[in-house]
Ligand binder design. Sequence first.
Ligand SMILES: [Zn+2]
Length: 408
Amino acid sequence: MQKDVQITVVGKVFKPNPRKVLALNIILHEYFELVKWYLGFNSDSKTFLHENGYERAKRLYNLNTALIQTARDKAVEILKSFGENRNENSVLRLKRISIRFDKRCYNFSKTANLLTPYWLTLSLNKRERISLPIVFGKRQKERVEGVFKGDLSFTTVEMVKRGREWYAHFILSKTVELPDEPETVIAIDRGEHNLAVAAAISKRKPNKPMKGQFWRGEEIKRIRGLYSHIRRKLQERHRLGKIKEFKGRERRKVNQQLHIIANQIIAYAKQFPKPIIVMENLNGIRRNFKKSKNLNRRFHSLPFRKLQAIIEYKVNLEGIEVRYLPRKEVKNTSKTCNRCGHVAQMKPYERELKCPKCGLIYNRDLDACINIAHALMRGMGWRSCEPREPARVTEGVKPQTNAGSSRL
Ligand SMILES: [Zn+2]
């Protein structure tokens, strides 16, 4: 089975001259107004918007026709996502937007220019066209070079304004071959006591989970603790500029750790034949999770969602499929016995599940992971819900705490 995967590569517009910045700002304003104008139709049908708005939009807004169309698409996306995430009191209020250029209105090329070899040319409207020098970080540059080698292809570019700087988000696409019939389900979950846990179950022995692995995320906790201390000190001294700087530094260090852990998780998955990865869909989790303030803090301080995004992006490129299970399908995973399905009464701090019904004693985070794997397996018809062959508890389960041990 072939699948198109998308990767975003971010480059910075390097010291553009004031005339170009002004042109971009004017276009951003115009584009923002146009998206709001399309939203005013309150329709998520592209056809409807095209038939009722396109000709008028061309007269009202001084934008390239391709931009008029991407603004319409954006309005549709915004409206749809608002509809999916709204609650009774939500009001749609658009604060900012990025400008989407598609193939008809941009050109990206490599030149012999000494400043930077990468240049992005944008058609803004009928008269105006600007060329911008783009610089990339090391990892991003490798991806971009992949396009010139033909491994990846360009789709669209989003021009994003942050503060006074402009960034180009290139959306790259690649067609990967995914195995038609996966043989091993790898479940990856956030734990109550770990940043991440992984478990694997083979199609041949669906009742026997294979060795699990734990990532405690201790280095990330250490970085977070350190920087929150620094932030407090700077706040006392009212050094607001410095706080921002340290925020960026903290984010980069945490990201670095997340990449290390993601690589280890992928190595874990790849040791099994034809793996498929399953994770819980965490959209809306912040809204749904209101137990205790303390728990909340610990829970959110470990950036599992970000880890999920990194894992997905990396494995997609390697041709491993990732599936997300909706939250309603993975309820109570860390309280449910993975052998008999009994839901036990448990306190948040308890680390072991002791099943009162069948007597299974199991690491709670690993148990949750196995339950997630089971949910996908049921969906793929790999196993019936019962009866199950009793699994031995600790077999092959080797807790590891290699939560990224590299030096910073
Ligand atoms: Zn049980």
